[in-house]
Structures are given as structure tokens and as C-alpha cells.
Design a protein around this ligand. Structure first.
Ligand SMILES: *Cc1c(COP(=O)(O)O)cnc(C)c1O
Length: 356
């Protein structure tokens, strides 16, 4: 008989990361908010050009940070690049929160948040979304105590798609103490068309405790290469750099991100097409009788409640893999235009099945 190794009990109890279901080859994978477009030839070329596989990458991704600094009108030290914005989230939580500290965020929101907080040893304080699927920022500000070290605001919110308005966010920032780190997770910023929505880009100078998180995974279609970035005060980014696992951003990822910035117009034109399709899909779902929250990312949310497992199966039967959240709803990515008919047929069938 061997004795099991003693692990941190909260880690042993943590479910390992589970990816959205892999779709069968003929099904549409609309479960991970991926971009359906093939990479631009120029981006593929940039990756091909980064061939020194025997050398470590530039640990600080200087070229990419310089380009982002120019793009955002900040200094290079006010830009930090990580292997996906998920790893940046982890770095900032580790930098600011530990045992006995609290991290406040809305719930339901991004699946990664609870695990990252637990790994840091800190405690999650989850503030329920409003009935319309939006953040209840007043309640979130009220949940801040002297134990709070980090607040995460996700706009557009994954999985409901709602944004926080600029005025709501300004009142929220005024209510949160200056010594609490606020992470504004804007993974879907490029898909936002609502002009009242908060745009972190304009705010980091106004709020020294605010850090903006963005990614090349969604709008720029580089999910495979793992590149995200943070914009904020350099001493805060230095703290994140101190907790980071070094050299996680590959030369290939950084080169692809840099080439994507060079071709931003072309890539953002693709985003416009996804946005158009998103708005059409949302309208069609509303016509079917669904209540769909304002959708500002590249996905829509269907609150299927107790029928969620059934709904996911109906979608699968129609060749569409969605992301179910048991007892709450399904998140459906806006993907290939040819997936839309199937998506809408499935949604209609779910509505018919569950409206009785
Ligand atoms: C997809 C996503 C991310 C990060 O994705 P990376 O691929 O790690 O950059 C971060 N936040 C939210 C809310 C997301 O949906």
C-alpha cells in the first residue's frame, strides 16, 4: 500500500481544465469562441520566418510590445505580453492576492476565473449577474472589503455577451479604493459596436489601479499561438512579470501577432463580417421567441436553464457543438456563415421542445 502524495486540498479538489468538446469532422465547433477565418498568408509567412527553433525567444517580446505601445500611445514598459490573456490573468491575481485575500468578479463569467483565484490561494467573491445578463457593478463595488485585492470586470462578458457602460464603469472606479487592482478583461473588445460600452483603452491613464487585458486569440484569430497583452502602470506590469513563467511567449506567436497588427485593417474587416452575422443571428433568435442578452462578443447566449443538457444535444444532432453551462444556458459562437442555418434550426427546435 502506498500513501498518496500530500497535495494542497483545494488544488486536489479543483477539476482540471476541460476544453470545449472537440467537434466531429463534419460538425461546426461553436463552443470555444474561435475565429472561423483561416490565417492571412502574411501572418503564416511571419510564423514561417521565425525559424530559430533551437533558440529561446526574446523573453520580453520587445518588438511586439513596441508596436503595441505605439498603437495604444503608451510607453513600452506599460505593455506586457503573455501566453494568452488567461496567463496574464493568472499573473496579476498571483501578484496581488494570496491566502486570506479576496478577488471579486461577476458570476456567471469566464470559466477560468475561479480556478486562477484558488491556485493563488485567495478566495473568490462571486457577484451574481443582473437579470439581463450584465454585470451588477454597484453590487460588485459593494462587495469590496478591506480584504479585496483584485476585482475582475469582463466586458463583453463571457458567456452572456453584455458590456459594461462607460458611465457605469466610471461610477464603479470612483467607488473602488485606489489600492485595489481592477482588471478589465476585454478579450472581445474588437467585436463591440455599442458606443456606450466601456473602452479600457481610454481609461488606464485616468485610473492608475486599472489594467487592461486583451488577446490576439479571438478577433485576430491566433488562438493556437497564445498571445495576449496587458496595458497599465509599469510597476503593476512588473509585478505580473515577476510571477510569470519566463519565456512562455514563443517567437512564432510574437511574430504572428506583430504581422497581425500590420494587417489590422484586413483582420478587422473580418471582425465586421462576424459582427454583422452576430446581429442577424441574435435578431433571428429573438424572432423565435428567445430572450437573448445584448451580444457584443463573437457569441450569443441562450438561457436554456434546466433544459441545457437537452439543448446541447439538439444542437449536436444538428451538427453544431455549443458550450453548455449546466442549469444555466448555452453559449454559441458566431462561426462560419454556413453554420448559421443549422444553428437557427436547432435553436427553433429547442424553443419548440422547451416552451411547453
Ligand atoms: C478567450 C478569453 C480570454 C483569453 O484567451 P487567451 O486565448 O488566453 O488570450 C480571456 N478572457 C475571456 C473572457 C475570454 O473569453
Amino acid at each position: 500500500m502506498t500513501t498518496p502524495v500530500r497535495l494542497r486540498p483545494e488544488i486536489a479538489a479543483l477539476p482540471p481544465y476541460r476544453q470545449g468538446k472537440q467537434a466531429s469532422p463534419d460538425a461546426f465547433k461553436l463552443s470555444s469562441n474561435e475565429n472561423p477565418f483561416e490565417p492571412l498568408p502574411s501572418v503564416v509567412e511571419a510564423v514561417r520566418g521565425a525559424v530559430s527553433l533551437n533558440r529561446y525567444p526574446d523573453a520580453s517580446a520587445t518588438a511586439l510590445r513596441t508596436a503595441l505601445a505605439t498603437r495604444f500611445g503608451v510607453t513600452v514598459d506599460e505593455v506586457h505580453v503573455g501566453a494568452g490573456s488567461v496567463s496574464l490573468l493568472a499573473q496579476f491575481v498571483l501578484a496581488a492576492a494570496s491566502v486570506g485575500d479576496e478577488v471579486v468578479y461577476a458570476w456567471r463569467s469566464f470559466e477560468a476565473y475561479p480556478g486562477l483565484v484558488t491556485v493563488a490561494g485567495a478566495t473568490s467573491v462571486q457577484v451574481p449577474l443582473r437579470a439581463d445578463g450584465g454585470h451588477d457593478l454597484e453590487a460588485m463595488a459593494a462587495a469590496v472589503t478591506d480584504r479585496t485585492r483584485v476585482v475582475i470586470v469582463c466586458s463583453p462578458n463571457n458567456p452572456t455577451g453584455t458590456t459594461v457602460s462607460t458611465s457605469e464603469f466610471e461610477s464603479f472606479m470612483a467607488a473602488v479604493p485606489d489600492d485595489v487592482l481592477v482588471l478589465l478583461d476585454e478579450a472581445y473588445a474588437e467585436f463591440v459596436t455599442d458606443s456606450t460600452a466601456v473602452d479600457g483603452e481610454t481609461l488606464t491613464e485616468l485610473h492608475p489601479n486599472l489594467v487592461l487585458l486583451r488577446t490576439f486569440s479571438k478577433a485576430y484569430g491566433l488562438a493556437a499561438l497564445r498571445v495576449g497583452y496587458a496595458i497599465g502602470a509599469s510597476y503593476l506590469l512588473d509585478a505580473a512579470r515577476a510571477t510569470a513563467i519566463p519565456l512562455a511567449v514563443t517567437e512564432q506567436g510574437a511574430a504572428a501577432a506583430l504581422a497581425s497588427l500590420d494587417h489590422a485593417d484586413e483582420l478587422l474587416a473580418r471582425v465586421d463580417r462576424i459582427v454583422l452575422l452576430r446581429d442577424q443571428v441574435r435578431r433571428a433568435l429573438i424572432d423565435q421567441g428567445w430572450t437573448v442578452p445584448e451580444a457584443q462578443g463573437n457569441f450569443v447566449w441562450l438561457a436554456t436553464g434546466e433544459h441545457t443538457a437537452t439543448a446541447a444535444q439538439v444542437f449536436a444532432d444538428h451538427g453544431v457543438v455549443v458550450r453548455p453551462f449546466a442549469g444555466e444556458g448555452v453559449r454559441v459562437t458566431i462561426g462560419e456563415p454556413s453554420s448559421v442555418d443549422k444553428l437557427l434550426h436547432a435553436a427553433q427546435q429547442v424553443a419548440d421542445l422547451t416552451s411547453r
